[in-house]
Design a protein around this ligand. Structure first.
Ligand code: ZN
Length: 101
């Protein structure tokens, strides 16, 4: 099973379409829905735990119109900006001193 992401610049959570293909001789016999559920579960298990940005950084809007991003791992202020792209960049490049992020 594969998932295809349509827009690479899309913000999380991204939408993706899952599709399943198999050889003719591996076609499911019996309950097709159960077969799909089993394949979907296996696919999701292979992806591993899904972490979102919210789990790693706390974004706090400030009275001056900027947003401050704090790392939950080390407590460091990672970014403070009006530009969300700048904050996302700082978060994605943050090398956490405590190695938690
Ligand atoms: Zn950190």
């Amino acid at each position: 099973m594969y998932a295809y992401r349509f827009d690479l610049n899309e913000r999380e959570p991204v939408t993706a379409t899952a599709f399943l293909c198999y050889d003719k001789d591996e076609a499911p016999t019996g309950d097709y829905v159960k077969f799909l559920v089993k394949e979907l579960k296996r696919f999701l298990a292979e992806l591993g735990p899904i972490e979102s940005v919210e789990d790693k950084f706390r974004r706090q809007p400030l009275s001056d119109g900027t947003t401050m991003s704090l790392c939950y791992g080390c407590g460091e202020r990672v970014a403070q900006s009006e530009d969300i792209g700048e904050i996302e960049l700082a978060e994605s490049t943050h090398e956490c001193q405590l190695g938690l992020n």
